[in-house]
Design a protein around this ligand. Structure first.
Ligand code: SAH
Ligand code: SF4
Length: 378
């Protein structure tokens, strides 16, 4: 069998993997969990290392399947500890994944699409247009590769420093955010499959609270996620009136703020956290005045939420500017004084262009944005 006709086990959740084994006359039973553990817990990329699997079964699995992540094109290390990987998604497309270590958590920011069709005015990914959805294998493979690479790097470092290769728990990725390239809720099926693997105890075993889907506001899919697999939700608000939001986040023309807020209220009833995070990218003179602040307070006081202010991160040929830090802090303080929990996101990895909204990878835009996105009104 040719390599590309082999089934990639990387993206198969428990149910799909069991089904695949049964279809190939392999008794699934405990095998499914065993295979998942080898692939996801022990980062196996070949069947040869699977010591509790018979040679006969290994040979059979090699004939019909593979374990494969996207090839890594490059790995960049920021002075603040952030790491960015560029993955080869084929056909001249490259997508980006970012590791952000902090004191109490180590977050991996993953991509769900090559490019993005939503075309938000201030986003480098949107600027490139859309090429294609990533498969569940490609989405989960980002975590698989990142964890493997972090482990290898720390082993090298410890080896040099202490002549010991004991893996430290500080290497473990603790949180996953779908905040890389792409709109996760416009690649719903593959994103859902990947979330199931992230949560599965045989695979990565993340709690629902530690996996965050960030969306520009695809209302019907917010409801679907609430029904299928509620995890933490972040909504990219950026404006609290429809006229401005239509310009900044064009999907607002299809799903205006009133619908979006109602869907957030419904989501909270099912969510693992009892609040929604609203992301608000601060753009000087565009959405940072006292009027904007008043509108924002009015809008979000209807709902239990936290606001995360993200200073605009610039990229080549972007027409926006971040407000001065004093202005951002004063905006944050006024929100806090109105009783709204607010944080200002620290910019991480900007020396390697890994900050929020700077992920541009390299996307061969073969699909016109307006043609692809399901927006009749755009
Ligand atoms: N498509 C999803 C997730 C990816 S973007 C979404 O839009 O939510 C992750 C976050 O970065 C979003 O809140 C997005 O609006 C924000 N962002 C995009 N471009 C940015 C930029 N240049 N500076 C700061 N934040 C940006
Ligand atoms: Fe797409 Fe999110 Fe960028 Fe908007 S901000 S263009 S939805 S990736």
């Amino acid at each position: 069998m040719k390599n590309n006709s082999l089934v990639n086990l990387m993206g198969l959740d428990y149910k799909s993997l069991s089904l695949f084994l049964e279809e190939n006359s392999i008794k699934s039973g405990f095998r499914t969990g065993q295979l998942q553990q080898w692939i996801h817990k022990f980062s196996a990329d070949s069947f040869d290392v699977m010591t509790n699997i018979s040679n006969q079964l290994k040979n059979k699995l090699k004939e019909i399947s593979k374990i494969e992540a996207m090839p890594i094109k490059s790995e960049s290390f920021s002075k603040d500890g952030t790491i960015k990987w560029l993955f080869d998604a084929g056909n001249s497309n490259a997508i980006e994944t970012v590791f952000i270590p902090e004191k109490n958590r180590r977050t991996l920011c993953i991509s769900s699409q090559a490019g993005c069709a939503v075309n938000c005015a201030f986003c480098a990914t949107g600027r490139q247009g859309f090429n294609r959805n990533l498969s569940a294998s490609e989405i989960v493979g980002q975590l698989w590769s990142a964890q493997k690479s972090i482990n290898n790097n720390s082993i090298k470092n410890e080896d040099l420093e202490n002549k010991s290769i004991i893996k430290s728990s500080n290497d473990q990725i603790t949180n996953i955010v779908f905040m890389g390239m792409g709109e996760p809720l416009l690649n719903y099926t593959q994103v859902l499959k990947s979330i199931k693997l992230l949560l599965d105890t045989n695979a990565y075993g993340f709690s629902r609270r530690k996996v965050t889907v960030s969306t520009s506001g695809v209302v019907p899919m917010i409801d679907k996620l609430a029904r299928d697999c509620p995890v933490a939700l972040a909504v990219s608000l950026h404006a609290a009136n429809d006229v401005l939001r239509n310009k900044l986040v064009p999907i607002n023309k299809k799903y205006p703020l009133s619908d979006l807020i109602e869907s957030c209220k419904r989501y909270i009833m099912k969510a693992p956290r009892d609040f929604i995070t609203f992301e608000y990218c601060m753009l000087s003179e565009i959405n940072d005045t006292d009027n904007h602040l008043r509108e924002l307070i009015n809008l979000v006081s209807q709902i239990k939420c936290k606001i995360n202010l993200i200073p605009f991160n610039s990229f080549a040929n972007s027409e926006f500017k971040a407000p001065k830090i004093e202005k951002i802090n004063s905006f944050a303080n006024k929100l806090l004084n109105s009783g709204i929990i607010t944080t200002v996101r620290k910019t991480r990895g900007d020396d390697i262009y890994a900050a929020c909204g700077q992920l541009a990878g390299n996307v061969k835009n073969i699909t016109k944005i307006a043609k692809h996105i399901p927006l009749k009104t755009i």
